[in-house]
Design a protein around this ligand. Structure first.
Ligand SMILES: [Zn+2]
Length: 128
C-alpha cells in the first residue's frame, strides 16, 4: 500500500509539472497572438464589424472596458461608443463585477444569454 501511495504522489507531481509547463506555453502563445495582431498590417478593419466583435467578446463574459479594448483591438473610446449602440439593440448587463480577463473588480459589461433581465440599462456612458 505505501508503494501505491508513493506512486500516486509521484504521478501527481508529474501532472503538476506538466500543468505548469502548459500554463507557460499557453501564456507564450497568447502573447505571440497579441504581438502578431499588433504587427499585422491587416488589422485595420473598422466599422460595423466592430460591433459584432465587441458583442461576441462580451457575450456571457463580464469584461471591463480596458479588457474589451485589449481583446478586440478596438480603442477604448470607440468601445464605449459601441457599447451605447449595443445597449440600444440588445440587453447589456452592467455592474461592478470581477472582470473575466484581468480579474480586477471593476465596472464590467456583458451580454447575458441566460434570460435574466439586465442589471440596468445603459443610457449614457457609465462613470466607473
Ligand atoms: Zn479587465
Amino acid at each position: 500500500m505505501p508503494y501505491r501511495t508513493a506512486a500516486l504522489i509521484a504521478h501527481a507531481a508529474t501532472l503538476h509539472a506538466d500543468l505548469a509547463a502548459l500554463c507557460v506555453e499557453s501564456r507564450a502563445l497568447i502573447e505571440h497572438v497579441y504581438a502578431r495582431r499588433r504587427a499585422s498590417p491587416f488589422r485595420v478593419i473598422r466599422g460595423g464589424s466592430d460591433i459584432a466583435l465587441v458583442t461576441s467578446t462580451i457575450t456571457d463574459a463580464n469584461l471591463c472596458l480596458a479588457c474589451i479594448a485589449r481583446k478586440t483591438g478596438v480603442p477604448v473610446g470607440q468601445v464605449n461608443s459601441l457599447l451605447l449602440v449595443i445597449a440600444r439593440t440588445i440587453r447589456l448587463r452592467i455592474g461592478p463585477h470581477r472582470c473575466g480577463a484581468c480579474f480586477q473588480h471593476r465596472g464590467t459589461f456583458s451580454v447575458p444569454t441566460d434570460g435574466h433581465p439586465a442589471t440596468r440599462l445603459l443610457r449614457q456612458p457609465p462613470d466607473f
